[in-house]
Write a protein that binds this ligand. Sequence first.
Ligand code: FAD
Length: 539
Amino acid sequence: MFDDRYALAHKLYPYARVADQDRPQPVRHPVVVVGGGPIGVATALDLGQQGIPVLVLDDHEGIGMGSRAICFAKRSLEIADRYGCGAPMLEKGIVWNLGKVFHHDRKVFEFNLLPEQGHKYPAFINLQQPYFEGFMIDRLRALQAEGAPIEIRGKNRVDAAEVKGDHVVLDVMTPDGPYSVEADWLVACDGANSPLRSMLGHSFAGKVFEDSFLIADIRMTGDVTFPTERWFWFEPSHGEGASLLLHRQPDDIWRVDFQIGWDVDRKEELKEVNIRRRLDAFLDGIDYDLIWSSIYTFQCKRMERFRHGPVFFAGDAAHQVSPFGARGANSGMQDVDNLGWKLGLVIAGKAPERLLDSYSEERVYGADENILNSTRSTDFITPKSEISKIFRDAVLTLAGKAAFARPLVNSGRLSVPCVYDGLSLNGPDALAGAPERSRVGAPLVDAPVEGGWLLDRLGGAFQLLTIDAEAPQVLEFDGITVTRVALSAAGHPELAERYLGSATSAVYLMRPDQHVAARWDSFDVDAVAAAVKTATARG
Ligand SMILES: Cc1cc2nc3c(=O)[nH]c(=O)nc-3n(C[C@H](O)[C@H](O)[C@H](O)COP(=O)(O)OP(=O)(O)OC[C@H]3O[C@@H](n4cnc5c(N)ncnc54)[C@H](O)[C@@H]3O)c2cc1C
């Protein structure tokens, strides 16, 4: 009745019988999250930190074995920082900013993802997904100990879901048998195969890519000469695989990812002798231990809408991309970041329910950007026609010699957060001469400020960031409090460059998820009131 679908790396929330199971009527919860993967747990942290009772149901008792995601982007770390678990991730992770691309043995391209200083978090860290999830569970336990209303139930599998008017009824199976719960709001974070998507009859449209990739996580025991960089080979000269990706992870483990084609015998390829044949050809005499291996295929798909009445879909349940560009878990973290404050305001009665439609609007926009980038990378890495391959190879040949061809080399454009350009919550962008990257809709661009980082000063509520501009310390607009963060550009060249450009003063209205809602050169109470109204869908 309760076979695990996958082996556990860490058993962190063992099954325990709860009072809900003995009640004659289903108990109603304000928010139920289905799925205790990274996105479900992040949702629990976001809501729990706001004091909103949240119940997570997961069909396993902890974190799955195998590294899966290893590349976590700056924005995910910044979001995790707000949840209180960014620091251990950074401490454990391997920091990297530099990537190199080779064709056969020849380097054709090199990129630096964060060529500038002055950010609390680096462009990327490499960290095995079980660590990433583990740090979030540690934080969840710490919040629980502080009294945050978060509950996580292991071996609680949702077998049926039905929307009944304004709430959802869930049938849950446990080792002690079934029970039901009700939810005012349901967040489905149940992964790419999302049983909830099927139970509620929603489609998942997109493209399946016909290629397979063999991942081997290894610990090199000999002389290791590879630096802490992302190295990607097209047609590697040792001849095993059409492409090859190498990444360093913590604990002296390296991820080797071979592109092995579509028409393969998975069972045969996963035999240790065959994995070792590929590794031996690549490593040419370096000793290693094989830690973990897997074969993956992928799809680029998304749901049409991410909100269906009281049900939200987030993470892989809502959208799926190829791993090239590390956009899976990273974009799921942005979903949570986007949904958390909106749900918080609606539950608190401070914003109308239609604010929640903007979750779908903004995150579908983000998913489309990710799918576009992911599809382009995939088409370049795995050309599907003879003519695309000729084009791809010509670009690779030229890139070694001609600078203009280098930007065309696409071994995976790495995850950057989405800018919600032109979407409905945006207010005026009225700061003449201001930098493009901190425009309305953009997420915070970090900068060093007095005593720390801008990142530490913003987030979790509406705020007015003033730079050499006057404004009241606290403003109140129909229950929405806006507090001021007053800074000066004097002595802070990065802040000036990232937020003023050629302007001499600035007033930024920041959303609780650290995205820019509106900006002006000076404070005007009516303008701020109108922008708050727009950003909370009260207009
Ligand atoms: C090889 C590979 C490499 C990757 N590399 C990266 C990378 O470098 N960077 C990156 O950002 N992403 C990467 N990804 C993607 C990343 O792993 C996923 O995007 C991420 O795990 C999605 O998290 P999630 O919480 O949405 O879903 P999942 O991690 O799939 O979690 C879903 C959870 O729901 C539970 N569940 C399912 N059904 C039920 C049910 N009926 N009842 C209760 N619980 C249920 C599952 O047990 C699981 O715990 C990679 C993926 C692969 C396969």
